[in-house]
Design a protein around this ligand. Structure first.
Ligand SMILES: [Zn+2]
Length: 430
């Protein structure tokens, strides 16, 4: 990092998500490390970043991202996905293993880490639970962790066999790593395309029942209790699921949960209102207003630990088809903070510190990644943001290789202005 230019971040407020403490101070970064934190530090030859009216926090980490490389580089590459992350204020992402080849052997774990070296964003591979994500035979979990995998998931292909899930939890707990399950009993959802309910009936679209998610969350809570393993609920979307996690936590079971930004923002009415836009089709699907309220309550009372995106790029030619033929998933990295600020902070559901904790401290704790602090001597890894800037999300703000987001044209509140990590400052232009 010897060639890294020095940087003075001037006039910002440093927020400590662990304690909620705020401190107005300048931060001087030299050679990628925080040298001094104090009042009115002179810039000298250092580049100056005016952070007046902005906050600085430890760099954010999105623990549910699809980077698509290797294998689906027409949707996203590690480089473009990291550019989207940097624009959105994230200095780290954990990436899902449904690539081709899947992240089910150590060489693929190492490939992903190696490809991310040039970017300003730390990439943490999540490896497969089962070989080829087929749900039959466990991967070489210890070897995958040695290579750098931080967790296990067959995301997109939920682990159907309770027996396999039991063994996965037994092994992963020995490694101190969570199993992240896409919670769905596929026999309860053979062919759905949106939330099963009033809107789906009205539109005549086959539904995905909330029950398919609830049943699997209940099973995995019981398996976590039995094995002592750590189950992490991927992209929770149902009110009943939140209740199950709340009860399990009260009983001391090792279960944690994340929610995607779209699941506390939109309901299944968006499918109708957008005239079947395939950018309202994701998995789990957008659900009801009562479910959205339950997501907010779960975030507020701590049942839901983490805010994530399930950033799922698809090429335009793939999404530009009939609703029923389209793949599931939307972009998330570029709009994550603005939706968090608009939907959770502005209405007073979370404080800024609480929201930031669900984007920094909590995902790192769950994944067993070292915490980041803004303190003298530490490697600089931080996000510069506010929760008040009004702006319109436009196509030019999309840094992903794909374009599949329902939020173009949305009035946003709150912006990530820049990240600093790995000796690099990345400003979110515009
Ligand atoms: Zn999933």
């Amino acid at each position: 990092m010897a060639d890294t230019p020095d940087l003075l971040i001037h006039g910002g407020t440093i927020i400590d998500p662990a304690s909620g403490a705020e401190r107005r101070a300048d931060v001087l970064i030299r050679n990628g490390r925080i040298e001094t934190i104090g009042d009115d530090i002179g810039a000298g030859s250092a580049e100056r970043f005016d952070a007046s009216g902005m906050y600085l926090s430890p760099g954010w980490l999105d623990m549910h991202v699809h980077l698509r490389e290797p294998g689906y580089e027409h949707k996203e590459t590690i480089e473009t996905g990291c550019a989207a992350a940097a624009f959105g204020g994230f200095t780290g992402v954990a990436c899902m293993p449904n690539t081709n080849p899947p992240i089910h052997t150590r060489d693929v774990v190492e490939f992903v880490i190696e490809r991310a070296q040039r970017t300003a964003v730390d990439v943490y591979p999540i490896a497969c639970v089962s070989k080829n994500r087929e749900g039959k035979e466990l991967t070489e979990m210890a070897d995958l962790v040695d290579g750098g995998a931080v967790a296990f998931s067959d995301d997109g292909s939920p682990v159907q066999s309770g027996g396999l899930m039991r063994r996965a939890l037994e092994y992963s707990s020995m490694l101190g790593r969570p199993i992240i399950n896409h919670m769905e009993d596929l026999t309860l959802n053979p062919h759905g395309h949106m939330h099963e309910g009033e809107v789906a009936t009205r539109l005549g679209v086959p539904g995905i029942p909330g029950l398919a998610e609830d049943v699997m969350i209940a099973r995995d809570i019981l398996l976590a209790e039995f094995t002592g393993g750590h189950v992490h609920v991927a992209h929770i979307s149902t009110a009943r699921g939140v209740e199950l996690v709340r009860e399990a936590k009260q009983r001391g079971i090792n279960v944690t949960a994340e929610v995607c930004t779209h699941h506390f923002t939109l309901t299944d009415e968006a499918v109708d209102e957008s005239d079947y836009s395939t950018d309202t089709k994701m998995h789990p699907p957008l659900r009801t207003a009562a479910d959205v309220e339950a997501m907010k309550e779960g975030l507020r009372d701590g049942t839901i630990d983490v805010i994530c995106t399930d950033h799922a790029p698809h090429a335009t030619f793939e999404k530009d088809v009939e609703f029923i033929a389209a793949p599931f998933g939307i972009l998330g990295l570029e709009t994550a903070w603005a939706l968090t600020a608009r939907e959770l902070i502005q209405p007073g559901i979370l404080s800024i510190a609480e929201a930031v904790r669900k984007l920094t401290t909590e995902p790192r704790r769950i994944l067993g990644i070292d915490q980041v602090e803004i303190t003298e001597g530490a490697a600089a890894n931080l996000t510069i943001f506010d929760a008040s800037t009004k702006w319109t999300f436009e196509r030019r703000h999309i840094h992903s290789k794909s374009r599949n987001t329902p939020f173009v044209g949305d009035e946003m509140v709150g912006k990530a202005h820049a990240i600093y990590n790995r000796g690099k400052l990345v400003r979110a232009a515009g």
